[in-house]
Design a protein around this ligand. Sequence first.
Ligand code: NAD
Length: 467
Amino acid sequence: MRHREPGAGAGGERLAVLDPATGEAFGEAPDQRPDELNDVVARAHEAWRGWRSDPAARAAALLASADAVEAAGAELAPLLTREQGKPLAESYAEVARTAARLRHFAGMAPELRTIADDRPVHSEIRWRSLGPVAAIVPWNFPLQLASAKFAPALAAGNTVVLKPSPFTPLATRLLGSVLSATLPEGVLTVVTGREPLGALLASHPGIRHVTFTGSVPTGRAVAEAAAPGLARVTLELGGNDAAVLLDDVDVERIADRLFWAAFRNCGQVCMAVKRVYAPVRLHSQVVEALAERAETVVVGAGLDPGTELGPLNNAAQLARVERCTERAMTDGARAVAGGHRLDRPGYFYAPTVLADVPPDSPVVTEEQFGPVLPVLPYRSLDAAVEAANATRFGLGGSVWGTDLDRAGAVADRLECGTAWINHHAELSLAQPFAGIKDSGVGVAGGAWGLYGNLRPFVVHRPREVRR
Ligand code: NAD
């Protein structure tokens, strides 16, 4: 939905924002015209001069920003739930993570290094910021994913133009306004609107680094858009993570954790468990344990107290999940729980556990990105590892069992960026985050995230004064 409103945004275009729990519009944001980007990027460039030159002031501003985000939690979290759909407690957790990230990077500085060799010279490595950074993020974790980009970019001395998804612009705009009190003008600017805003931001000649999180096809388009200007590109893309259960796993003990690793945020998590491989002997027990949880979890609007699982974020995503599940059932799968959308307004789909799924059905080979989980039996561990790796994605994976050394040895064979044992998708702020294959390019997280926003500047000098 799109309408004109005098004085709203330069051209007055507005973007309607829908509540996924009802499907009704409840708010709006500017639908900014691509030509507004020139001013925004010019201001980001201007602000870069001051921001890059004073690391102590930068650290203080980022710490103050973390405090400001925390203080605004009671406004940010309900707005996030309203536009994204997730339960309120998860929105509060997302706000807390955003503040924690600002604090984490505020205290981080690149290491100055001197490299000496056997010649009478040494090379000093100093680190320089890049310039304005474009941060483009999806709708599943609008604040958390934005902060994973802007916190390291700002800490490194860059300025940032942040573009949220048109499905979830409101909490990000509010965050931008909260941070305008703690950051100098032009250091972080939020732009909102539908395409081609993102494409033009990624290709803008004033942008020196495009850091993008989203789907594989859009990631490719972003890389192409950034290529003519030769801007650095960091891509965090989709995943199709496998959980491999070993034959010594205690099913009842891990069932809750495994269930939530797949269904949190209604399955709309890049590194959710999207396929489970269970030994033939335990397959029915695993299916039943997961189905029991799928049938009893409280599904509802994120703002309702007691809701454990919200709706999908948007109608297109609901249609995709529905299509993918129906295709699996046509292919011979059996829905042991769910298998249909819920008969109520909004974008609700019943938490679904699938058995008898052919391994080449799209619900196994593609990213379903919703509350639908196929559980596949395996006969040999080698076959399970081979199936887990037989995907064009390579984000995460996990191994579940009682003998941790054995589980660790199996985890070592997974082709992905992060492998967990007996849990999934838990990330510390300090660890690197990098998908392989179609799941991404570049490294985010921890010190790697900081260096991803810096360039080495080398000064090569004699060790002694030459006469
Ligand atoms: P998407 O790729 O459709 O959109 C992501 C962002 O890109 C949005 O802001 C969108 O407006 C913008 N965009 C769309 N077309 C563009 C273009 N041509 N150029 C530049 N920007 C453009 O993804 P989505 O549907 O919003 O999010 C779901 C996807 O994100 C899933 O595939 C999921 O796995 C992935 N994801 C990955 C990670 C990760 O860290 N690897 C994290 C979360 C989500």
